[in-house]
Design a protein. Structure first.
Length: 113
């Protein structure tokens, strides 16, 4: 079955860290660029970060210097390391392979004291 499954979300205090995982099955993730999106309650979905097949990474301005996207082709996975989290980062985070129109179900990240 072709799918993406996110994990690693949770509740964290401001200034804390989380590492999200995006695991692919049914296809080789190494052949594709991968993007992370997030959607906060009442807001539109927002692009967060992307990584190419050659590990070139890009980020939206609000997370630069705090988030790091990476990939492990041996594990068929992509990761989003999130440091110094802020309340504004609260959202459902989803990974996607846009070329194949494959989306994960999302994982909730809540930043609150």
């Amino acid at each position: 079955q072709v799918q993406l499954v996110e994990s690693g979300g949770g509740l964290v205090q401001p200034g804390g860290s989380l590492r999200l995982s995006c695991a692919a099955s049914g296809f080789s993730l190494s052949d594709y660029g991968v993007t992370w999106y997030r959607q906060a309650p009442g807001k539109q979905r927002e692009w967060v970060a992307g990584i190419s097949t050659t590990t070139v990474s890009t980020y939206t301005d609000s997370v630069k210097g705090r988030f790091t996207i990476s990939r492990d082709n041996a594990k068929n996975s992509v990761y989003l390391q999130m440091n110094n989290l802020e309340s504004e980062d609260t959202a459902v985070y989803s990974c996607a392979v846009l070329r194949r129109k494959i989306w994960g179900q999302g994982t909730q990240v809540t930043v609150s004291s």
